[in-house]
Design a protein around this ligand. Structure first.
Ligand code: PEP
Ligand code: MN
Length: 339
């Protein structure tokens, strides 16, 4: 439920109303506009005395929020969220490119790729230290050693780092080591993990689950936000359909759905969505045009010998060409390409 206040209400009167509502057993989240404030009511609102609230002299309107997600809901916060990480922005008005290999393979590999993508305008470096592989016999990532190499690459290039977490016991370590914590598609509904991440103040890149609906995806964001961490970046990475020619089916319309339903930034992963390196550029361009706030793209110095996801990885040279192409598109969209 959302309570819209009349314009220019003194703070004391507003706080009095908030105390009254909270005494009814729900939490109140305030969104301040230039003239009007909005009170978002979080919790079980079924037993609230709505008439008492509506009849308060400072209340202009009461709106019911149908969707089960509250903090992620655009009704609660009409202005889109912009997340700032290490001086770089993700959200409305900006287009942010996160790039790097699927997995960190060695110190030289991640450093080499980091330097190449930095030269070509990447805003963030990605690299998996912990890899959720379908087969237990596949390369599982270098673990903590991988995180150390990422930190070295950050130090040498100045690029902030993004890496995937898989279990709650590593939350503190990731908070200390990385700039954005990625939650992969397979862990989108690892609620224990989401709650732990909600207690941190790190931005979380939340990928859409393999077969998750938009509402399930937003409810996962809600898990993080309900614990206090409102810095969530959503990532559309393709969903599972009957089609097998592509690794997944890129649901570009989800970007539009998210923009309508939520104030959170949403980016696109054209690499995992397609599984084919030759599709990545076109899908990145499509992501810009559909209104995504950025992309996360896999780049590898030697895709044919990559330990993970080589077939969908583009080379640093291809990445350079891609950046040239999207620069113009981002400009046409009236956005700033984040560097
Ligand atoms: C990844 O980013 O390397 C990854 C494993 O992605 P997803 O969780 O989207 O499959
Ligand atoms: Mn990958």
């Amino acid at each position: 439920m959302v309570v819209v206040l009349k314009p220019n209400i003194p703070k004391e009167k507003r706080n009095e109303l908030i105390r009254e509502i909270e005494a009814m057993g729900v939490k109140v989240q305030i969104t301040e506009g230039t003239q009007t404030s909005i009170l978002g009511l979080v919790g079980d609102t079924s037993n609230l005395n709505k008439y008492r609230i509506a009849s308060n002299e400072i209340v202009a309107n009461i709106l019911r929020v149908q969707e089960p997600f509250k903090k992620a809901n655009k009704m609660f916060k009409p202005d889109n969220t912009i997340i700032e990480v290490a001086g770089r922005r993700i959200g409305e008005g900006y287009f942010t490119v996160i790039t790097g290999p699927c997995s960190v393979e060695s110190e030289e590999q991640i450093e080499g790729i980091a330097k190449a993508v930095k030269t070509n305008g990447a805003a963030f470096l990605r690299g998996g230290a912990y890899k959720p592989r379908t087969s237990p016999y596949s390369f599982q990532g270098l673990g903590l050693e991988g995180l150390e190499y990422l930190k070295i690459a950050r130090e040498k290039t100045g690029l902030p780092i993004v890496s995937e977490i898989m279990s709650p016991d590593l939350v503190q370590r990731f908070v200390e080591d990385v700039d954005i914590i990625q939650v992969g598609a397979r862990n989108m509904q690892n609620f224990v993990l989401l709650k732990e991440l909600g207690k941190t103040n790190k931005p979380i890149l939340l990928k859409r689950g393999l077969s998750a609906t938009i509402e399930e995806w937003l409810m996962s964001a809600e898990y993080i936000m309900s614990e206090g961490n409102e810095q969530v970046i959503l990532c559309e990475r393709g969903i599972r359909t009957f089609e097998t020619y592509t690794r997944n089916t890129l649901d570009l319309s989800s970007v539009l759905s998210i923009k309508k339903l939520s104030h959170l930034p949403v980016i696109v992963d054209p690499s995992h969505a397609t599984g084919h390196s030759w599709m990545v550029e076109a899908m990145t361009k499509a992501a810009v045009v559909v209104g995504a706030d950025g992309v996360i793209v896999e780049v590898h110095n030697n895709p044919a010998h990559a330990l993970c996801d080589g077939s969908q990885s583009i080379t640093p040279e291809q990445f350079s060409g891609l950046m040239d192409k999207i620069k113009k598109l981002v400009e046409i969209e009236g956005k700033v390409l984040v560097e």
